[in-house]
Design a protein around this ligand. Structure first.
Ligand code: PHE
Length: 338
């Protein structure tokens, strides 16, 4: 019988060694320690043994029983510890909700706004659906003016259209505020352009307008130079090129030096060494009159920049369509920026 008890113990230790979970332990415990174990059977057989043998076998049986109980306890403690370790494993990556990223246009738009705010500009808004009057007429662009051709438009009704630029907000702001003031108007614009590498039928502009007595081209130049250096870096050069807009006089196109060739001329800038970023000029006297101001009493400057273009220059993005394709790989590459 001693032999049998020892065999029983060996079976037990072998099975215990295989145990890896608490469920398995529970099963082994039931088999070797509970009422269904072999111990009740061993005990009843013990009773009919001769006294001397009974003492020896009884002692053995007791020893083994206690040993089994102790080993079960130890195993249970080890398993528990293992489980706790799993819970506390802080090196495991947590469950994470995927976080969105700011769109590159939003990042640059906010940067532009922040720079102008720091220069004392306030932010205003205008409607995306405009009247012919605000979008064209009040800006000195009459119905038969060739400047309308350059801004082929989406019309909703004869006198209602999606604004082709943010300049109509100039008139709205002048009617709402009293000078002196400095405002910028960021927003969406629409033109009936084919969707290609440099054109999109929907795009963004930031309009600027400063009105006060005695404002000159010098104020415009100084403001734009500070803006360009803050946005693109101190080493950037700014150039004002004479141009024409019906609502500014004089008018200028603002160029920045090409960052790739430093003004030498390369493929990125079309061998010009300069890249155009906005239109600007002094507010035309007729525009002041259209807004109800006396051009003898106040002067002002205005500018309008394309946000897509500026973002493409800032990040070296070659195709405007990338902004609107919802390609997550492209968009998430701006995650680190904000
Ligand atoms: N509205 C002009 C455009 O869309 C830009 C501009 C704004 C020019 C203000 C002069 C002054 O091209």
């Amino acid at each position: 019988m001693i032999e049998e008890i020892e065999q029983y113990f060996r079976d037990f230790t072998q099975e215990l060694a295989q145990v890896a979970t608490r469920d398995e332990l529970h099963r082994v415990k039931g088999k070797y320690a509970g009422r269904k174990s072999k111990f009740p059977v061993f005990l009843s057989r013990l009773k009919i043994l001769p006294l001397e043998e009974r003492r020896v076998v009884g002692q053995k049986l007791n020893e083994i029983k206690l040993l089994i109980e102790q080993l079960l306890k130890e195993k249970e403690a080890a398993l528990l510890k293992e489980e706790k370790k799993e819970v506390l494993d802080i090196s495991l990556p947590g469950k994470r909700e995927p976080l969105g990223a700011f769109h590159p246009l939003r990042i640059v738009m906010d940067e532009i706004i922040a720079i102008f705010r720091s220069l004392g500009f306030r932010v205003e808004e205008g409607p995306e659906i405009e009247t012919d009057f605000f979008n064209f007429e009040a800006l000195n662009i009459p119905r038969d003016h060739p400047a309308r051709d350059a801004q082929d438009s989406f019309y909703l009704e004869e006198n209602l259209l999606l604004r082709t630029h943010t300049s109509p907000a100039q008139i709205r702001v002048m009617r709402k505020l009293a000078p002196p003031f400095r405002v910028i108007v960021p927003g969406k614009c629409y033109r009936r352009d084919a969707f290609d590498a440099t054109h999109s039928p929907m795009f963004h502009q930031v309009e600027g307008l400063v009105v006060a007595p005695g404002i000159s081209m010098g104020d415009l130049k100084g403001t734009i130079e500070i803006f360009v250096r803050r946005l693109f870096g101190e080493e950037r050069k700014v150039r004002f090129r004479p141009s024409y807009f019906p609502f500014t006089e004089p008018s200028a196109e603002v160029d920045i030096s090409c960052s790739i060739c430093q003004g030498q001329g390369c493929r990125a800038c079309g061998e010009k060494g300069w890249l155009e970023i906005m239109g600007a000029g002094l507010v035309h006297p007729q525009v002041f009159r259209n807004a109800g101001y006396d051009p003898e009493k106040v002067q002002g400057f205005a500018f309008g920049m394309g946000v897509e273009r500026i973002t493409m220059l800032k990040f070296g993005i070659p195709d405007i369509r990338w902004f609107f394709e919802n390609d997550v790989a492209f968009l998430s590459s701006f995650k680190a920026l904000r």
